[in-house]
Design a protein around this ligand. Structure first.
Ligand code: GDP
Ligand code: MN
Length: 408
């Protein structure tokens, strides 16, 4: 599960990591007031710097024009107007972009230098790892590719956690000096602790910044001005307050719809809808579709014991996807009974109709009953073909969406 930046800032603040004051708004009219508030809270005078930022579950906002520096309530309003009425297209969103429903208005800060700081799990070493770079900001992906030596990796001992001396070493490598070192160490330790405490899969600050020197703070101040968190869904049962931050508006509508029926649905880019039981079988079904030159439109796992109603909903979801040009049903009935699936096919055909080719492969519990149901409905579902096995099924559906007849 992901959260918004405004929620991430709240977690950072609670963990004692310095973040400029900010306010979340959901409509244009509130932007001016939010600007006045954050500028006042930050002790900035008239015309103080603030930043208006789109709150969506995708990065690359700066480059997409959805992070705007403003110097007045009027400019804040204009930025809000723009962001709330245009879809944000960034390198992370795909060409269709994302609708922006929430904005963050934050007090602006002067930046002397930007850094990257994150904690995640390194599967290779089976440890959490602190990742840091002095080349932070908006180009970190490129840095990782073109200049991997600029990325510092500090493995974290699972029992001891991040140690002070390790964090200090990283701070020195990043080039922090004077009072900045202690501030950076405190932030790293707090982020590492937060990562474990909240069952994160990613806790990222980008950029972590240092402000230019002032008379009160000759070494500047180290602080976070953007953060991104992801959490382990399987730990949400013990992370109630994190679970409460879930924003359904940011999720794929069909994935949500499926989860209400206990189905696991993931939208993909291809044109062959797949209805399968069991994640392993779903994976191999996708592999074999690709093997025969097709592209799956989704991954839909109805699980071991879905009801006829849930399976019918599964077909509705698949057939609602305009990209779907064919459907492959691949069921290995164990607890799931083949006759339940067959009946759901018939229901879905009655309700929405299969205008696209449908290939059904059933095997296992009650397979004969399932085949009889489909046989009896053949006249009503003219685009349906039965397949002998998975290989045959994949060849048939790939051929069908290409408008060919499968070689047998
Ligand atoms: P992202 O592009 O989605 O990662 O959004 P960020 O919040 O990281 O902002 C992108 C860039 O905008 C940052 O790397 C900064 O260079 C700039 N930026 C964001 N907030 C401020 C601010 O308060 N002051 C200044 N000077 N620049 C900012
Ligand atoms: Mn950022």
């Amino acid at each position: 599960m992901k959260i918004h930046e405004y929620q991430a800032r709240q977690l950072l603040t609670e963990a004692g990591i310095p973040v400029p004051s900010s306010s979340m708004v959901e409509n244009v009219d509130d932007a001016a007031g939010a600007y006045e508030t954050v500028v006042r809270e930050a002790g900035l005078g008239d015309g103080g710097l603030a930043v208006v930022k789109a709150q969506v579950h995708a990065g690359g906002r700066g480059k997409a024009g959805f992070v705007k520096l403003v110097h007045s309530a009027g400019e804040a309003t204009d930025a809000a107007q723009f962001m709330l009425s245009n879809r944000m297209v960034s390198v992370q969103t795909g060409p269709e972009g994302l609708e922006v429903k929430k904005l963050l208005v934050a007090a602006g800060v002067d930046i002397a230098k930007e850094f990257y700081l994150a904690i995640t799990t390194d599967r290779a070493t089976r440890r959490n790892v602190l990742i840091a770079s002095a080349e932070g900001g908006v180009e970190i992906e490129q840095v990782a590719e073109s200049n991997p030596d600029a990325i510092i990796k500090q493995p974290i001992d699972p029992l001891m956690g991040l140690q002070g001396f390790e964090a200090r070493e990283v701070a020195f490598k990043l080039g922090f000096t004077g009072k900045q070192v202690g501030q950076a160490v405190k932030i790293m330790m707090a982020l590492a602790a937060l990562f474990v405490e909240k069952d994160c899969t990613l806790a990222e600050i980008n950029p972590l910044i240092v402000t230019p020197p002032t008379t009160e703070a000759p070494d500047g101040q180290v602080m976070a001005i953007d953060a991104k968190f992801s959490f382990d869904d399987n730990a949400l049962f013990r992370q109630r307050s994190i679970g409460g931050m879930f924003d359904p508006a940011e999720e794929n509508a069909n994935e949500l719809r499926a989860s209400k029926f206990g189905l696991t649905y993931i939208a993909l880019d291809g044109n062959i809808g797949c209805l399968v039981n069991g994640a392993g079988l779903a994976m191999s079904t996708m592999d074999i579709i690709k093997h025969y030159g097709g592209e799956p439109a989704n991954f839909l796992d109805v699980g071991g014991s879905a009801s006829e109603e849930a399976v019918t909903e599964a077909f509705r979801i698949i057939l609602d996807d305009k990209a779907v040009e064919g459907v492959l049903v691949n069921i290995f009935g164990g607890i799931m009974r083949c006759d339940v699936i067959a009946q759901a096919v018939v229901n879905a055909a009655k309700e929405v109709g299969f205008e696209v080719p449908l290939v059904v492969r059933l095997e296992g519990t009650n397979v004969e009953a399932g085949k009889r149901i489909l046989e009896g409905a053949k006249a009503d579902i003219p685009t349906m073909e039965a397949a002998d096995d998975l290989d045959d099924a994949a060849r048939r559906i790939v051929a069908a969406v290409k408008g060919e007849v499968a070689a047998s």
